[in-house]
Design a protein around this ligand. Structure first.
Ligand code: 3PG
Length: 186
């Protein structure tokens, strides 16, 4: 189970950037990274990250089908994140005992996740789907569910999210941006 409460959403455009990004995150005390399947080198970036940063929890994000999930798992991803819910991805992760965090923002989506044995969901895009207020309303019928709000999270609202005990973790690209800015300045 993922222990980190900050999940940087990483987009690696060029494989060479992988180490710079992960070094910068690590220097900020961040112990995990969600490398997204939005670029052609995502799979290789995950493989490289798993090899070079064994102390970090490297997962795959933007995994939208079984094919990508198989590739991510073969590259060594320790957790899988989707913007929505894929039953195929859920099944593959269950078979391999790898945590899967599907994007769920409606009661029906959360009920599908529960039926698949999932109790932690990504809440994406958090800023569009009502943020903390919406998650608090959803927690009433679904007390077993924990959330990972992502999308529009930044330094201005991060602590508000983290202070609620139903927040398993918070995801966002801002952590990568900030870590790289500090890295460049140093
Ligand atoms: C994601 O896929 O999780 C989002 O693109 C991250 O959203 P953000 O850039 O607003 O943090």
């Amino acid at each position: 189970m993922m222990m980190e409460r900050l999940i940087p959403v990483v987009v690696v455009k060029d494989l060479k950037e992988t180490e710079v990004i992960l070094n910068a995150l690590q220097r900020e005390g961040i112990g995990c990274a969600e490398i997204t399947f939005r670029t052609a080198c995502a799979e290789e970036a995950i493989r490289l990250a798993v090899q070079k940063f064994p102390q970090m929890e490297i997962g795959a994000g933007t995994v939208i089908n079984g094919g990508q999930c198989r590739r991510a798992l073969a590259a060594g991803a320790k957790f899988i994140v989707s913007p929505g819910l894929s039953e195929e991805v859920a099944e593959l992760c269950r078979e391999r005992n790898v945590p899967y965090y599907p994007g769920c923002v409606t009661p029906t989506e959360i009920m599908r996740a529960i039926a698949l044995g999932i109790t932690t969901v990504k809440f994406f895009p958090a800023n569009v789907y009502g943020g903390l207020k919406a998650m608090k309303a959803l927690a009433a019928p679904f007390p077993q569910i924990k959330f990972i709000p992502t999308g529009g999270v930044d330094g201005s609202n991060l602590n508000e999210f983290l202070s609620w005990d139903k927040i398993a973790a918070v995801g966002g690209s801002f952590m990568v941006k900030e870590a790289l800015e500090k890295w460049v300045k140093s």
